[in-house]
Design a binder for this molecule. Structure first.
Ligand code: EPZ
Length: 427
């Protein structure tokens, strides 16, 4: 296993280029199984999760590889099996989104139930409700979801996919993908509106699917007989971009995050305005302006996470890291995954004054953090620890860096390119 060693306090300055979106490319990789023709994805990020999904797609019998430029080539022209094993699915929850494409193409799918993760149980009842609405028979057998289409195939339906926790991103993805080959029209109410769902729909439309309502809670999919191949350019990763913007803000550094889509980060930029962090926005970039964090710390600003366009849960830990050096008390409330606070005790080890109170965390800003060994956990919690290490006095070691590699391309190279003293060593 690797760890990252960070010497805090170095001046940061420069430009970081955003990679393609992990949470867009993973369902789009699954969608490629819907066609027998080649699918090419440009700007696909080079991440552990992408490699995992490519491995699953190869195990299912398709050709799948990522070239040196990051471009992914997939061809599922031959016979593919409909069974995704536990070994593969347990590594990455997102692999559950091969369920819809396999069911639509083969009429049957067996996908291992995804395990939980570091921030709680991750049910898939919304996924299964949607597939059943399309006529599938679904049962759980020996840890597998077994889904079978009716004779004649899936058929369009109207289905409500909301839950007490709001819409489901991958639940929407699974049902949209299955509906593209169903007979008739499907209307999904309370669909997820995330940019990554829009990008999936755009890729499916490029493959010949008939979808309308992208970005709204009401999606309409008119089933077609088959989907053809396509080339699709993956959208920039808004969470990666937001992470590096917040790293610049925490360090009070002039950091430009390029090749991103600021329109996907409205809630974050609104909160940064509230916190009085100086930044400018261009067509495809966000630039934090240098400021003296000690002299004029960010204003303590509460945040509550919500589905898009609300403040993203995937930036909650990173916002908490910023608030550890704010000018007072802030309250951070996680509404999507109530247990997504693995970073709290670890930030505490770095000297942050953070205290969990039921489903919220109270952060009291402190002038200084101090370096220490910390443990990475969920991917975004780990990014928050790296951010804190950049400004902590002394040395911070972030262990179990494989969590970070799932969602950030060579984070140490990107941060070193703007002046951070950070290096990866094997443990
Ligand atoms: C996607 O996960 C993202 N992952 C997550 O990003 C992200 O945090 C999450 O959406 C929310 O935005 C990918 O896209 C690969 P959900 P997903 O279904 O689709 C509940 C990261 O760090 N729910 O939208 O699995 C669920 O428990 C990852 O990149 C049900 O109750 O999340 C949660 O409370 C972490 N039943 C809420 O809905 C279901 O069937 C939203 O979950 C499904 C979900």
């Amino acid at each position: 296993m690797d760890k990252l060693i960070i010497e805090g306090g170095h001046t940061l300055e420069g430009t970081i280029r955003t990679a393609g979106s992990k949470n867009a490319v993973l369902p789009i990789l699954a969608a490629s199984l819907l066609s027998r023709e080649p699918v090419t994805l440009t700007r696909a990020p080079r991440l552990a999760d992408v490699s995992t999904m490519l491995g699953i797609i190869r195990d299912l019998g398709a050709e799948a590889e990522q070239d040196e430029n990051g471009t992914v080539h997939i061809c599922a022209e031959g016979d593919i099996t409909g069974r995704a094993t536990w070994e593969a699915v347990r590594k990455m929850r997102a692999s559950v989104c091969v369920l819809g494409p396999l069911l639509a193409r083969l009429g049957r799918a067996e996908v291992s139930l995804p395990g939980g993760c570091n921030f709680g149980v991750r049910p898939i009842d919304i996924h299964l409700k949607g597939l059943c609405a399309l006529g599938a028979k679904v049962r759980i057998e020996h840890g597998f979801v077994v889904a079978e289409a009716p004779p004649g195939g899936l058929r369009g339906a109207r289905v409500f996919l909301g839950s007490a926790n709001g819409p489901s991103v991958l639940g929407t993805a699974n049902v949209v993908m299955a509906a593209t080959l169903a007979r008739g029209t499907t209307v999904i109410e309370s669909a997820a509106c995330e940019p990554e769902v829009i990008d999936l729909c755009d890729a499916l439309v490029a493959m010949g699917a008939k979808i309308s309502g992208q970005g709204s809670p009401m999606l309409t999919i008119e089933g077609v007989d088959e989907l053809h191949g396509a080339t699709h350019d993956v959208i920039p990763d808004r969470i990666e971009a937001g992470t590096y913007v917040l790293a610049g803000a925490l360090a009070g550094a002039q950091v430009k995050v390029a090749d991103c889509q600021p329109a996907h980060l409205g809630a974050l930029l609104d909160h940064m305005n509230e916190a009085r962090v100086p930044f400018e926005v261009g067509e495809d970039w966000i630039e934090v302006q240098a400021y003296d964090v000690a002299d004029t710390p960010p204003r303590s600003t509460d945040v509550t996470t919500h589905a898009y366009p609300g403040f993203p849960t995937d930036l909650q830990a990173q916002w908490m890291a910023l608030m550890t050096k704010a000018d007072g008390l802030s309250i951070i409330t996680e509404r999507i995954f109530p247990d997504r606070y693995m970073h709290v005790p670890e930030l505490g080890r770095l000297g942050a004054n953070v205290r969990r109170q039921n489903t919220a965390v109270v952060v009291r800003g402190t002038p200084e953090l101090s370096g220490a060994p910390v443990m990475a956990s969920d991917l975004r919690a780990s990014a928050a620890l790296v951010m804190a290490g950049l400004v902590a006095r002394g040395t911070t070691e972030v262990h179990r860096v494989y969590h970070i590699d799932r969602g950030y391309e060579r984070i140490e190279d990107r941060l070193a390119s703007i002046g951070a003293a950070i290096r990866r060593v094997s443990e």
